[in-house]
Design a protein around this ligand. Structure first.
Ligand SMILES: [Mg+2]
Length: 308
């Protein structure tokens, strides 16, 4: 393995670690209705352990293990891998439509038929293809054509709608750009978001990124979440632009990025998984407090994590 490849794989591994920390951190902030959410968040006191990872991490592990084994996305095999993992551990917060998709693929139906038949033939435009893909972006790094194509292939297995694919491409490109810019000056937020958007097909996701790129400095999280959405609809367009806006505002600071991202509330495990995966591709996870690390459920060996 040459030095560049080894470096990219280290960044992909860091991205996976950041994704899992974000997922588990974000999920810990789903509070009971009698807890004073804004007050607790303002105090920045981490939630009680354990912080369990959810479907975002489970699917990211499968994709990462697949890359370590095959070096690229092989859709038929990856579909089987997703379904097998789901069958062995289904209670990780998968969305209602994904239960159906992954169960049917596991029963032997062709993933193309299952996935394109969903939602009246449109396919899912949920955020599930975007939430798992940041490490793939770091893996293919500087080869942005490969990043785009591999992200597209990885998305289509479960999410046929062009918005879901655009969301996955955006997150993968953001992670790739973050990783390949490591060691250089941190990019200007608006320029970073415009550069990502330049690789994303015309879509609501792309429009959201360009809207986010136009926000003035000092835009509040509340305003960004209100304009862009923060995953309340669990869709790619109302999740990805906010998550990447938050990531782009702190590419060298993972803990700060996660605090900012969770403050958008919404689908907070997924927005934090996306932002965490992108930032960690560049910054690594060394800045994460030890208590967070201890609270977070460990990454399982089957993820390929221990092979690199
Ligand atoms: Mg989740």
């Amino acid at each position: 393995m040459d030095t560049d490849t080894a470096g990219r794989r280290r960044q992909a591994r860091a991205s996976l670690d950041g994704l899992v920390l974000g997922d588990a951190f974000g999920d810990s902030w789903f509070l009971r209705s009698d807890e004073p959410a804004e007050e607790l968040l303002a105090a920045r006191r981490p939630r009680p352990a354990p912080w369990l990872w959810t479907d975002d991490s489970a699917m990211a592990f499968v994709l990462f293990a697949h890359l370590t084994q095959h070096g690229e996305v092989r859709p038929d095999l990856l579909a089987g891998d997703f379904a097998a993992r789901y069958a062995s551990d289904p209670d990780r917060g998968y969305g209602p439509s994904m239960h159906n998709v992954l169960r049917r693929i596991g029963e032997g139906e062709d993933w193309r038929v299952v996935t394109t038949g969903h939602f009246g033939g449109q396919g899912s435009f949920g955020n599930g293809a975007a939430m798992r893909v940041a490490p793939l972006g770091a893996w293919f790094g500087a080869d942005l054509a490969a990043v785009v194509e591999q992200a597209r292939l990885s998305a289509l297995i479960t999410h046929a709608h062009p918005e879901a694919v655009a969301g996955a491409v955006a997150v993968a490109v953001a992670a790739a750009l973050a990783a390949s810019g490591a060691g250089r000056a941190v990019p200007v937020r608006s320029e970073f978001l415009r550069e990502v958007a330049g690789h994303v097909p015309s879509s609501d996701v792309r429009s959201g990124l360009l809207t986010a790129a136009g926000f003035p400095d000092g835009t509040s999280v509340r305003h960004a979440a209100s304009v862009l959405g923060s995953g309340t609809h669990l869709s790619a367009p109302d999740t990805v632009p906010f998550a990447l806006w938050s990531a782009a505002g702190g590419l060298d600071d993972l803990p700060e990025t996660l605090w900012r991202t969770v403050a958008g509330w919404g689908d907070r495990d997924t927005t934090c998984a996306i932002a965490g995966g992108v930032v960690a591709a560049r910054a690594g996870t060394g800045g994460v407090p030890g208590a967070w690390r201890q609270a977070c459920e460990p990454i399982p060996g089957w993820s390929g994590w221990t092979l690199l």
